[in-house]
Design a binder for this molecule. Structure first.
Ligand SMILES: [Cu+2]
Length: 341
């Protein structure tokens, strides 16, 4: 078998063996140059701003900025469609095409993800298979990429990469990756990136401070390193459209559930109702209708749901009379009480 193909087969095998569930779209789950296979939360429009810059030598010390904007939408099934737009791109230099567009679709299944896209600057159909596996605070990532017309040439290029992130706190992670084109040409370096990944507490945003030798955030841009270190940051902004469009339907369901008197909904960063009265022996169900995880945690610590994913329901049976105040751990302003008679 031809060497690049064999290497790619190995990469795919490694990727497949790493496959476990892919977490939601957060910089805390990925590295600067690997997507981590995210597809985002259902009904969420995502706007990510990746900004990289380099500084030329003295005396000019010219700062060159290379921003990549991502706009994507997650469909009801695990498929995200999106477009990356980058300027000051160096993906295609002959002729110089500083504006780079990449449209793509990414589908997550069995813990891995497959991405198919088209890079307009390179006139190239590009694909990626990716996977991640979490082992405690460590998450390992692997990718294999095919660029049908790599960097504006008529040559199909292949790349393999791997990375890891170490979660050091609920809101802080360290991340790094290395990706290499197979059969690298002169001037082409292995791509690498290192980052401090931060969740912005009590918000759906994440932020990355990074250094890397890549330019843009497209598959082609993220597969090739150059002889220049860039600083950069990325900011992720999810817009939960389903919060606006899905409201009526869910509100009706909520009202119906409330009539039963044993259901609490988590919506719009609040419990509804905030107070519920039940008889001893009753099971209360909390359903998370938001697009981010919540918890139901007793103020006295006697019971705790742990993270309840978007759309999931958690139940707890109250066997003794009393008043049980609870809150959400990541959002302590979310409070409620169960009164058991
Ligand atoms: Cu919460």
């Amino acid at each position: 078998m031809h060497t690049p193909l064999r290497s790619l087969a190995v990469a795919v095998a490694v990727t497949a063996s790493l496959a476990t569930s892919v977490a939601s779209q957060s910089l805390l789950d990925r590295t600067p140059n690997l997507s981590g296979g995210w597809v985002g939360e259902r009904g969420t429009l995502q706007f990510n701003f990746l900004h990289r810059f380099s500084v030329s030598d003295a005396p000019t010390r010219k700062v060159t900025n290379t921003p990549t904007f991502l706009l994507s939408y997650r469909l009801p099934f695990p498929l995200v469609i999106g477009v990356n737009y980058a300027t000051s791109s160096d993906v295609v230099t002959t002729p110089a095409l500083p504006n780079e567009w990449e449209g793509f679709a990414r589908y997550a299944r069995f813990g891995g993800a497959v991405q198919l896209g088209y890079n307009q600057a390179a006139k190239s159909a590009d694909a990626e298979i990716s996977a991640g596996r979490s082992v405690g605070p460590v998450r390992l990532l692997a990718v294999g990429r095919v660029l049908s017309k790599g960097y504006g040439t008529d040559t199909t290029r292949y790349a393999i990469g791997g990375g890891a992130r170490l979660k050091v706190h609920r809101w802080i992670a360290l991340a790094g990756d290395v990706t290499s084109l197979l059969d690298r040409r002169p001037g082409e370096k292995a791509a690498w990136g290192a980052a401090l990944q931060l969740a912005i507490p009590y918000s759906p945003h994440t932020f990355s401070l990074q250094v890397t030798n890549t330019t843009t955030g497209t598959l082609q841009g993220a597969s090739r390193g150059v002889d220049k270190v860039r600083g950069g940051f990325e900011f992720t902004i999810p817009f939960t459209l389903s919060r606006y469009f899905g409201r009526k339907k869910t509100a009706e369901g909520g009202a119906g559930a409330a009539a039963g008197g044993t259901a609490v909904e988590m919506r719009g960063m609040a419990f509804a109702p905030t107070r519920i009265e039940v008889t001893a022996g009753t099971t209360v169900a909390w359903t998370n209708s938001d697009q981010l995880p919540h918890t139901v945690t007793a103020d006295d610590g006697s019971w705790d749901s742990g993270p309840i994913a978007a759309g999931a329901t958690w139940r707890h049976t109250f066997s003794t009379a009393g008043s049980f105040a609870f809150h959400c751990t990541p959002h302590p302003f979310m409070t409620g009480v169960v009164v058991v008679k």
